[in-house]
Unconditional design. Structure first.
Length: 98
């Protein structure tokens, strides 16, 4: 092989390597690089925390639904607290906040 051809091949190889390194560096640091990864990781943690809270709420609501279906005392308590119902022989006293 001629010297000129060897130099051209080396130069092309070096240039290709540099371009490859540049592309990898841009991929890591650019818009879709580490900063995007960190943002997505943070978002994932938030979503997981929300899921945990919603699971706990579902457990509470299942217990409440079960109690509403099987406990007359609980049903009465809910009706009185949430709807303001009173029995015929009860007197309601309303106090002002002043």
């Amino acid at each position: 092989m001629r010297r000129g051809a060897c130099r051209a091949i080396r130069a092309f190889t070096l240039l290709s390597g540099l371009v490859s390194i540049g592309i990898v560096a841009f991929a890591l640091v650019g818009q879709r690089g580490f900063s995007k990864h960190d943002k997505l990781r943070s978002e994932l943690e938030s979503v997981r925390a929300l899921n945990d809270a919603l699971r706990a709420e579902n457990v509470r609501l299942r217990k409440e639904a079960k109690a509403l279906g099987s406990s007359p005392e609980y049903i009465e308590a809910v009706i009185r607290d949430e709807l303001g119902f009173v029995k015929k022989d009860e007197i309601v006293l309303i106090f002002s906040k002043d």
